[in-house]
Design a protein around this ligand. Structure first.
Ligand SMILES: NC(=O)c1ccc[n+]([C@@H]2O[C@H](COP(=O)([O-])OP(=O)(O)OC[C@H]3O[C@@H](n4cnc5c(N)ncnc54)[C@H](OP(=O)(O)O)[C@@H]3O)[C@@H](O)[C@H]2O)c1
Length: 247
């Protein structure tokens, strides 16, 4: 099997870093994006020490110039890209949270714009920039890091576990990202590219916080599995540990 090339945004810490670790035995060269070069170098050193074939690319998903730089990086070194894990994201507040930043009626509009810029518009823009390289892969995989909090079905159900977990800006940005998954998967349905949304679980990271029930060591599994789906695997889905979630 020839080596696959992967790009994981926000790979210097948290779930992006864990996903890179989890790809160790999958024959994947992992390039992590890190907006802080020193933190990126430290993360790559740890990944290499753990046996991952890893490199780092300085990358801020809110900087449009970085989309072209990422394209140029993968095009000049490899000529294609197999796996894009759209992992970088922001919460726009603390979890679990009840402050005005999480309220649908009180959310500061500049915060709403900022969260959507990072968690939605930038994901669409980066994917668009890298799609020509993913189309050159024999098995392209796009993983959009969504959240169960993006599920409108579960938010509207008084019996669901997230009914009272309303963090508006974040939740709505992940719902929009889910729409991107469905629409892009449909457009790419006759290609070798699979596009899926991942809910990693509520995981102990800087974003997930200490109350999260899932350890980081478990948190990369959904992204890693969707990044390495077999050719008969699903596309246009929304998954947590192999189980479908309602949109
Ligand atoms: N943790 C959970 O329970 C949970 C649950 C569901 C979904 N998710 C999703 O999983 C993804 C990763 O979450 P996490 O828990 O690992 O969060 P995290 O610990 O806060 O890490 C976020 C990562 O995203 C990067 N990032 C943020 N803004 C960026 C930007 N403008 N450009 C480039 N990188 C940027 C961060 O880089 P810096 O170090 O430079 O800040 C960091 O590497 C997110 O999309 C999140 O919404 C997490």
């Amino acid at each position: 099997m020839s080596q696959k090339i992967a790009f994981i945004t926000g790979g210097n810490r948290g779930l992006g870093f864990q996903t890179a670790l989890d790809l160790k035995d999958a024959g994947v060269k992992v390039v992590i994006g890190s907006r802080n070069p020193a933190q990126g170098d430290q993360a790559v050193a740890k990944l290499r020490a753990a046996g991952v074939d890893a490199d780092v690319l300085k990358f801020d998903i809110t900087q449009p110039a970085d989309y072209q730089a990422a394209y140029d990086y993968f095009n000049s070194r490899y000529g294609w890209l197999d796996i894009l894990v759209n992992n970088a994201g922001i919460a726009g507040g603390t979890f679990p949270g009840t402050g005005p930043e999480h309220s649908a009626s009180d959310v500061p509009l500049d915060l709403l714009h900022k969260v959507f810029e990072t968690n939605f518009f930038a994901q669409v823009a980066l994917t668009k920039a890298l799609l020509p390289l993913l189309k050159k892969s024999s098995a392209g995989r796009i993983v959009n890091l969504s959240s169960i909090l993006g599920s409108l079905t579960l938010h509207a159900d008084p019996n669901s576990p997230i009914y009272n977990a309303k963090t508006f800006a974040y939740d709505a940005s992940k719902t929009a990202l889910n729409a991107f998954t469905v629409h892009l998967a449909w457009e790419l349905r006759d290609t070798k590219i699979k596009v899926n949304s991942a809910h990693p679980g509520w995981v102990k990271t800087d974003m997930g916080g200490d109350q999260a029930p899932m350890e980081l060591s478990e948190g990369g599994k959904t992204s890693a599995a969707l990044a390495t789906l077999p050719n008969d695997g699903p596309t246009g889905g929304y998954f947590h540990l192999g189980e479908p979630l309602p949109w």
